[in-house]
Design a protein around this ligand. Structure first.
Ligand SMILES: [Zn+2]
Length: 142
């Protein structure tokens, strides 16, 4: 890997609270990903359940409302049946991230309490841990 010549001390850039604008940006990103997973899902559901899935995908406005209210519990439970483990986990992480946005704790590492680097959130908007903690955890695993 070629090291970037960016020797600018980017600490300030990397370890600081997110601005409202940035949080809004990540919120939209999370909602978009969530929607995509649900769309995949309704297709998936369609394969198995035919008509009913079309009703499901027709409920876009209600569905959006759900997201807006963050009261997607029942919807999530309903669809969880048809989801793979990975998708379920992804959705629940996205939901948790959206919850953290509501609670103003988004972008803070759940392990060490430091701010998660913006670049990391860019790659994984639902990230719960900063890159340091994540690396530590991965090391422990292997
Ligand atoms: Zn951490």
């Amino acid at each position: 890997m070629s090291a970037k010549k960016n020797k600018k001390k980017s600490k300030e850039q990397e370890n600081r609270p997110l601005t409202k604008k940035e949080i809004e940006y990540f919120k939209q990103k999370l909602i978009k990903t969530r929607k995509e997973v649900f769309e995949e899902l309704s297709y998936f559901k369609d394969e198995f359940f035919g008509k009913s899935a079309r009703d499901f995908s027709g409920e876009t406005s209600t569905y959006r409302q759900h997201i807006a209210d963050l009261s997607s519990d029942s919807l999530e439970r309903e669809t969880a049946f048809y989801l793979s483990d990975a998708e379920t986990r992804l959705l629940s992480r996205i939901d948790k991230a959206l919850e953290r946005i509501e609670n103003n704790t988004y972008g803070i590492c759940l392990n060490c309490g430091k701010y998660i680097q913006k670049a990391r959130l860019e790659a994984v908007p639902h990230a719960r841990f900063c890159i340091n903690c994540k690396n530590e955890m991965e090391k422990e695993k292997t």
